[in-house]
Design a protein around this ligand. Structure first.
Ligand SMILES: [Mg+2]
Length: 442
């Protein structure tokens, strides 16, 4: 095995409750492992494989029934193999395997569905959804000659299924050692074990091995179920898990997220954000942190271009003591530009942020990518937004980057006046892979 100095190895299982409250981790982890040992003694006799596993967990037949469909989903995934991250790239403190030799495609983590991933493998997710109590699910893709060093999971009372999808031609040369015994995978034959028992994986062939890993909470007796339930809920709500979900977005949508971070930093926690149909707005839907109800307004399924600014004026009239920000693109803002007069006339102190790329940028990208670069009617001739807003009597600023936006937004909110900030932007990476269902096959 190649050795690689990585300080994150072996730190699995650490958690903290919120961004602000750190729990001393080592004593908690020690208590947890002690509890886990106690719980292990009460678990069904594991590991179990093949027919034995199905006898004890008949619900596993749901995976077998969908075997061909899951394999088809997997083929689609493997056609994008290089884009699938290694576990340590999405969860930096988790197990590290050198050279991205262990790829993980997460569908669900501690009860949070990773929708942009499940959309790519809908039949697999449908099969998983028929199994009650599943809280974590992922494709685990281990390259030939790779090894996952001995480790034990920290989540006591969790039962782990391995559903093998691709196994090397000599299966006994690619094994998992659980509690000192060797097991190997057979396609379509589930393997069930307790994740808290030490296990070690080694692929001694040149071929890739793929299993679908599914975790669900074991049905534990009282009072053990109080402990496992509490632990599950703490982890599920922990900032660490939420950050793991966010990391997937940050990988692909960094430019939009930089602007959203700037807005979040300047907008008070109880502020209201209203998004229009615009590049930064699309990403805001999935990645803008909202701290309470009624703090985020979108056009919903109507997808009404231009609604953000007038909607924001309504929100501000309803909640005059809270900061209200409208996000719009240049094209969308011009749909209701006349409402600047309403804001000034009635003293409705909304800040409009206009991301100006001189185009219906999203439409233009689609014309280029899906319609053979036949660009038509998507370039715009715009007014000078700063001079325009100024002429209405609003406070107006421009910004060129996230820092500039944050400064301008802080100024506008401090001014407490109708305001417009123009942000000059170029092209953004395509967010749609994370939002809408991609076509999987056909
Ligand atoms: Mg635009």
């Amino acid at each position: 095995m190649e050795t690689d100095a990585n300080s994150n190895v072996g730190h699995k299982g650490r958690f903290y409750l919120t961004k602000h409250i750190w729990v001393p981790q080592e004593p908690i982890e020690n208590l947890n492992l002690k509890m886990s040992d106690m719980i292990l003694r009460r678990m069904p006799k594991l590991p179990l494989s093949g027919e034995d596993a199905i006898r004890v967990f008949p619900v596993l037949t749901e995976l077998k029934k969908s075997h061909d469909k899951i394999k088809a989903d997997l083929q689609y995934l493997l056609s994008h193999h290089d884009e699938i991250p290694a576990l340590h790239e999405v969860h930096p403190r988790d197990l590290y395997v050198h050279g991205r030799a262990w790829r993980t495609f997460l569908l669900k983590i501690w009860g949070h569905e990773i929708t942009e991933n499940t959309a790519a493998v809908p039949d697999t997710y449908a099969a998983i959804s028929r199994i009650p109590g599943v809280h974590t699910a992922l494709f685990s893709i281990l390259a030939g000659r790779a090894e996952i060093e001995p480790h034990r999971g920290s989540a006591a009372g969790v039962i782990r299924f391995h559903y093998p999808l691709i196994v090397p031609k000599e299966p006994e040369k690619c094994w998992i050692e659980i509690g000192g015994h060797h097991f190997f995978w057979t396609e379509g034959e589930p393997l069930v074990f307790d994740d808290t028992r030490e296990h070690w994986v080694k692929n001694q062939t040149d071929e890739t091995r793929v299993v679908l890993i599914i975790d669900f909470n074991a049905d534990m007796p009282f009072p053990v179920n109080l402990f496992t339930g509490l632990r599950y809920n703490l982890i599920r709500r922990s900032a660490e898990v939420k950050e793991q979900v966010q990391a997937l977005y940050r990988r692909d949508l960094a430019p939009q997220l930089a602007f959203l971070d700037a807005i979040r930093a300047a907008l008070p926690e109880d502020g209201i954000l209203v998004e229009d149909l615009t590049q930064v707005g699309y990403v805001a839907r999935i990645a803008f942190a909202v701290h309470g109800p009624r703090q985020y307004i979108s056009s919903g399924y109507q997808g009404t271009l231009g609604h953000a600014y007038p909607s924001a004026l309504g929100a501000k009239v309803a909640c005059p003591d809270r900061a209200v920000v409208a996000l719009a693109g240049d094209g969308g803002f011009m749909y209701n530009v006349q409402e600047l007069a309403t804001a000034v006339q009635h003293g409705i102190n909304v800040v409009a942020i206009v991301f100006n790329d001189g185009a219906y940028g999203n439409v233009k990208r689609m014309q280029r990518e899906f319609y053979g670069n036949r660009v038509i009617a998507s370039d715009l001739v715009n007014p000078d937004f700063v001079r325009l807003a100024d002429s209405f009597g609003a406070f107006a600023r421009s910004a060129d980057d996230p820092d500039g936006l944050r400064d301008a937004l802080e100024q506008a909110l401090a001014r407490d006046a109708p305001a417009l900030i123009e942000v000059k932007v170029g092209e953004f990476p395509d967010p749609w892979q994370h939002i809408v269902l991609p076509r999987v096959r056909g």
